[in-house]
Design a protein around this ligand. Structure first.
Ligand SMILES: [Fe+2]
Ligand SMILES: [Fe+2]
Length: 222
């Protein structure tokens, strides 16, 4: 049974099916993961009962997934590195290149997402520096067994930067009309919006795992 006072972060931690439902309803489970389901539905003017029904259906599907709350912190760090950090630079470079092409070729069209390439380049710069900090400071500390208050500083900085990433994602949506290509969009334009949808989902899952699963465990004294 879904309790509507449960936070979006806790719901997201139950598995990929629940995250799929939250994504579909545009419920922000990464940076906004502290909100309760009821509050988030109210704020987004969503039908709470419908979201609950979808989450219950997802719970019965129960796709096989790892519950990272139960696994060693070191395994979770390695999973984040392999699943999210490694492929990210190439993925972001590919959407930057596609956005530059779309803006160049379709500049005269009213529906052209003007400013998207520059915005994605800024996202790339932010992400490059963010991943480097995690990979050079926080993750080595966690893999070396450090836990507790000594990690407060780096964790706080990372969470603040996650909030910035969340704001950047919202702006990407507004520049692309929620990733819905116009009728006249060519194949590159459509593929770009599909890839941006995937990039958003990956970043949300990545930030969610860090904010709601990894960092609370990092800060807990052993
Ligand atoms: Fe990360
Ligand atoms: Fe991060």
């Amino acid at each position: 049974m879904i309790i509507t006072e449960t936070s979006l972060g806790d719901l997201a931690a139950t598995g990929p099916d629940a995250r799929g439902v939250l994504l579909r309803h545009q419920l922000d489970f990464c940076c906004g993961g502290g909100q309760s389901l009821a509050d988030a539905c109210k704020a987004g003017d969503l039908d709470l009962q419908q979201v609950v029904t979808d989450l219950e259906a997802a719970a019965t599907r129960g796709s096989e997934s790892v519950d990272w709350r139960e696994r060693p912190v070191e395994d979770l760090v390695n999973h984040i590195l392999e699943r999210f950090h490694r492929p990210l630079p190439e993925h972001v470079n590919s959407v930057v290149a596609a956005a530059e092409k779309v803006e160049r070729v379709h500049a005269a069209k009213a529906s052209c997402p003007h400013g998207l390439a520059a915005h994605l380049r800024a996202i790339r710069d932010d992400l490059t520096s963010h991943l480097a900090k995690e990979e050079q400071v926080l993750f080595p500390a966690l893999l070396g067994g450090q836990r507790g208050g000594m990690l407060n500083g780096p964790v706080t900085v990372m969470m603040r930067e996650h909030d910035d990433h969340g704001e950047n994602l919202k702006h990407t949506r507004s520049l692309t009309k929620d990733f819905v290509p116009p009728e006249e969009a060519c194949a590159t334009w459509r593929a770009l919006y599909e890839e941006l949808t995937r990039l958003e989902a990956d970043l949300m899952e990545h930030i969610h795992l860090e904010n709601h699963v990894l960092f609370p465990r990092a800060l807990k004294k052993v």
